[in-house]
Structures are given as C-alpha cells and as structure tokens.
Design a protein around this ligand. Structure first.
Ligand code: ATP
Length: 336
C-alpha cells in the first residue's frame, strides 16, 4: 500500500509519501513561525493556504518518481488527511486539498484523527502490540489505551495542552515561539524551587503551575531555576499518571507521542519509570514526534487496508475530533 498523507492541524503544513512494502516515509514540511507571540489562528491559516500546494506537489513528485507501476496508474492507493482536532480554518484548507487530489488521481480518501496518529506512529515504530500512549503535544496532553475497538482516554489535562502551557510561560519571559526547546536549554543550569504540582486521580492541571512560574520570574528568581523546576514538575506529573495508566491496564509497554516528546528530560523520566517497573519504553524519532504528515500516511495505510475510507460527502473536517470517537478499524481482529 502506498499513501500520500497531508497534515495541517496548526503550524505544520506537511505532506508525506509512505510505502508499506519498504516501510519508507518521506516527509516534506513547511512550518509557520509567528513573528511575535504564539500561534495566531488567522496567520496559521494563511500560512497553510500558501504552503500546502507546494508541499503536496513535492510529495506527489516523489510518489511519481518512486512508483514502478504503469504510467497511467495512480502513484498512490489513497490520500490520507488530518481531519482534526485542530484549528478549523487550517483543517478546511487541508480537507479541500485532500478532496481535490483524491478526485484528480481517482483514489479514495482516508480521514485520520491527528491524536490517534500521534499514538499509532509510536506503536508502528516500536512494534509494541498494545501499549499505553502518552500524547504530549502542543494543544493536548493525555493517556490513551486500546480497549474494545476504541482508544480510551485514561487521563488528560483539565486545562491547556502541555506545550501550550510551556509556550505561555516563555511568551511572558519574552522568548520567541516555540518555547519548549528554550526551556529545555535554560533548565540545564537551573536548581529546584518550589512550584505547584497538580494531579487529581488520572487527570492533571497546568494552569496553577504556569501562573506560579510567571510570578516567580517576576519576583526575580533566575529564569534557569524556574525552567528547571517547571520541567521537573510538569514532566513528573505526566510520568506519575503514565505509571498509573500502566498499572491500571496491566500493560508493560509505553510509547510517547507529540512535539513535547522531543524533550530529553521527559524521555529520561519516562524511561526510568518504565525500567523500574520492568516495562518497555519507546519514543519515535523527532521527525515523527512533532506534527508531520508521515504519521498521517502511516495510519492512513492501515485504515485503507482495513477498508476504512471516506465518501467525499462525509469528508468534512472536525476541529473537536476526539481520539475516543474513532472506531479502530485496523485492529478489529483483536479480542479485547
Ligand atoms: P497538537 O498535536 O496537540 O495539535 P501542536 O500542533 O501544537 O499540537 P506538536 O508539534 O505536537 O504540535 O507540538 C508542538 C509543541 O511542542 C510546542 O508547544 C513546543 O513548545 C513543544 N516542544 C517542541 N520541542 C520541545 C522540547 N524540546 N521540549 C519541550 N517542548 C517542546
């Protein structure tokens, strides 16, 4: 199966070609970089509008060059696109591009849930059978596990996504977007100061810790110390709930997904926790952690093989598409 995937939920205008026979993924991305502040939805949509045609064209050329079938045959079997969750204006541009391509190449459409794709790429690259997944991305933070045909949300943020929380702090400090890598670098020279740590059952909250962090910075505490402590507490919270999710499900496999998963300290904490309980841990390579069309194409191939395609008239996008709304067609033969 060969798939052309398109991603565009927020900042990454991305297209990819996946060939299941060789397991090769080629990704072409064009990132939106805000001039100031965080992601502005209107600017992000303008970027999507300008960048999608180019990345799709490059991916299509790649698909044509690597296609060894007859000239008149389409170079891919289907078009997979991110249907949501994400910013509505961005998603609509991606949806329109995917529909146009599906019609012009005369191949089916596959509608992919972006959060499930963040999870499935880790399952794919790890080879784990039934892992718990921690999605730590910009706009989201949650733990998912498969049960009875769906990915269930075992725990999640009660307010903002984890990356957005970090980015809000760095905006306050005056650092450019994205803030995550800057906090990671500054934390190397920091020492621990007291900050809130909020876990309630399987859910967690970032708003109290972010206000406290801004306050500490305004009070003159060295920014390195605030960054170090932010990472220790936020990632400690995610690690604690991940451990509880492993314990609840009885799974001994954890995979990490999402852009914040590029953080070495988060990976170290999760790895250590897993090692202590004899579980296996896997984080995909960075190009698959941040938003990218590779993960859309890889899951698109599994859905296509399961016959899970979309009719054109049912292909509208959904900015609030939750991962537990997705019937997991590609694992339908599993017993639990
Ligand atoms: P979603 O997938 O939920 O729609 P998103 O579109 O914002 O989220 P991602 O690419 O998954 O995108 O994640 C981007 C986030 O990752 C940003 O908030 C950024 O600050 C954060 N991030 C990137 N690198 C690091 C890092 N090294 N440490 C911590 N956070 C990071």
């Amino acid at each position: 199966t060969r798939v052309l995937g398109i991603e565009g939920t927020a900042w990454a205008a991305s297209a990819a070609v996946y060939d299941a026979a060789t397991d090769e993924v080629v990704i072409e991305s064009d990132a939106y970089q805000p001039e100031s502040g965080g992601i502005h939805p209107r600017e992000a949509a303008e970027h999507m509008h300008d960048a999608i045609p180019q990345v799709v064209e490059t991916a299509l050329e790649q698909a044509r060059e690597t296609h060894d079938g007859p000239e008149d045959e389409p170079p891919v079997d289907c078009i997979a696109f991110s249907r949501g969750p994400g910013l509505g204006p961005c998603l609509r541009i991606v949806g329109t591009a995917a529909r146009a391509l599906s019609q012009s190449l005369d191949v089916p459409l596959v509608g992919v849930n972006h959060m499930v794709a963040h999870l499935e790429i880790g399952r794919h690259t790890s080879g784990f059978s039934s892992p718990v997944c921690l999605n730590a991305s910009g706009a989201n933070a949650h733990l998912l596990a498969y049960r009875n045909g769906r990915y269930r949300v075992l725990g999640e943020t009660m307010d903002t996504g984890v990356g957005n929380a970090i980015d809000k702090f760095t905006r306050h400090v005056g650092w450019s977007h994205p803030g995550g890598p800057k906090v990671e670098a500054a934390a190397e020279d920091g020492e621990y100061i007291d900050l809130p740590y909020v876990v309630k059952g399987m859910d967690f909250s970032f708003s109290g810790i972010m206000s406290a962090a801004k306050q500490r910075y305004d009070d003159g505490i060295p920014v390195e110390d605030v960054c170090f402590s932010l990472q220790e507490n936020i990632f400690g919270m995610l690690t604690e709930v991940s451990e509880r999710a492993l314990s609840l499900t009885g799974s001994d496999q954890l995979v990490l997904g999402g852009g914040v998963g590029q953080n070495a300290r988060l990976r170290e904490m999760l790895e250590e926790m897993c090692a202590q309980r004899g579980a296996s841990f896997h984080a995909p390579e960075p190009r698959f952690l941040r938003d990218n069309a590779g993960m859309i194409a890889v899951l698109g191939a599994k859905m296509y093989d399961a016959g899970d395609t979309l009719a054109l008239e049912e292909s509208r996008v959904d900015p609030d598409f939750r991962p537990d709304q997705v019937p997991v067609s590609w694992r339908a033969d599993e017993s639990d």
